[in-house]
Design a protein around this ligand. Sequence first.
Ligand code: ARG
Length: 403
Amino acid sequence: MARRVVLAYSGGLDTSVAVRWLIEHHGVEVVAVAVDVGQEPDAGPEHWERLRSRALAAGAVEAVVVDAKDELAEEFCVPAVQANARYEGIYPLVSALSRPLIVRHLVAEARRHRADAVAHGCTGKGNDQVRFEVGTRCLAPELEVLAPARSWGMSRADSVAYAAKWEIPIEATVERIYSIDENLFGRAIECGAIEDPWAAVPEDAYTLTQVRESEPVTVVVGFESGVPTSLDGTAMPVRSVIERLNVLAGSRGFGRLDMVENRRVGIKSREAYECPGALALLAAHVDLEGLTLERDLAHEKHRLEHRWAELVYDGLWFSPLKEALDAFIERSQQHVTGEVRLRFDAPGRCTVEGRRSPVALYDRGLATYDRDDTFRHHDAEGFVRLFGLGVTTWAARQRREEP
Ligand code: ARG
């Protein structure tokens, strides 16, 4: 039986109730760990102080806030951009990217506080439980994993009443419109009116992507070996690139996604996302690869990207196939260096307007139809004849066999 538990604490109703529930039903000490992955883009230090006091008020023996925004950007968002990662071709893995990072911090805090278990507030219906548990068991098989929200059987109203009974100062009301998960890379919105796949996603579901600027704007994104390193020629850390693009693209209403997605547990779920910075970065990166990757490498990489996204979505961040694919992807990025100019020219729209690279494989001499053409035209005839030799031989036989 566990004696001390490190709980992944969000500050919301469920994890606040979970603090007390773990104490009451498991007889454990609870260390609440909140990992700042950029879920509160506009919050100051008071927000995190309030969150800590709430955990302590709920009964935690210790409450810790870890700033992991740079780690999320550098170690999780960058590989996702390099992999052009979109689950089912659409969703840029926002929540799936933060979970292994949160797991890493939970495990570190569990060791620091000599805890023998970790806990999370996920229900049994989602992907996040899979990501937390599989991740934890890979990094720290000695730790037990507790999932109180999977078994407590409380409705939202029950949880509100439970919090009131234990005088836990929550901000939630019985009615919650949406279930939100947010980080630097975007925002996932579930529940409420969104559960009807035919209904339009209500405008009030969105916070990052409201049209606040109507003037078209361009921005130049710089990459070095597949890593975003600058905006409009100014060098900056990846985290700043993402944060700035979130504001720039978001204020033009760009970055919304609406899909019915296949969860790992077999449930189809209607999801709305807003990922202005992520989608802008992905658009720029994939375009720069068009300019700099050799054809076979580009095509093979494209095939493997889907697998990478699927593994990460499925909670297999720490896995041998993901590691091997990482090595492939990292190598592929060697020459993905250059700049892409994005243009936000209408609400909700982002287009690539231009791209350049000191290591481009684009050769104007080869491509041009002008007189300064360097292409060896006479090579083409033999190439085409040999390229088609197999099928033209086949076609000739077909003709002979025709009655
Ligand atoms: N469906 C997305 C995913 O599985 C988003 C999950 C959001 N999590 C949440 N607790 N609301 O990655």
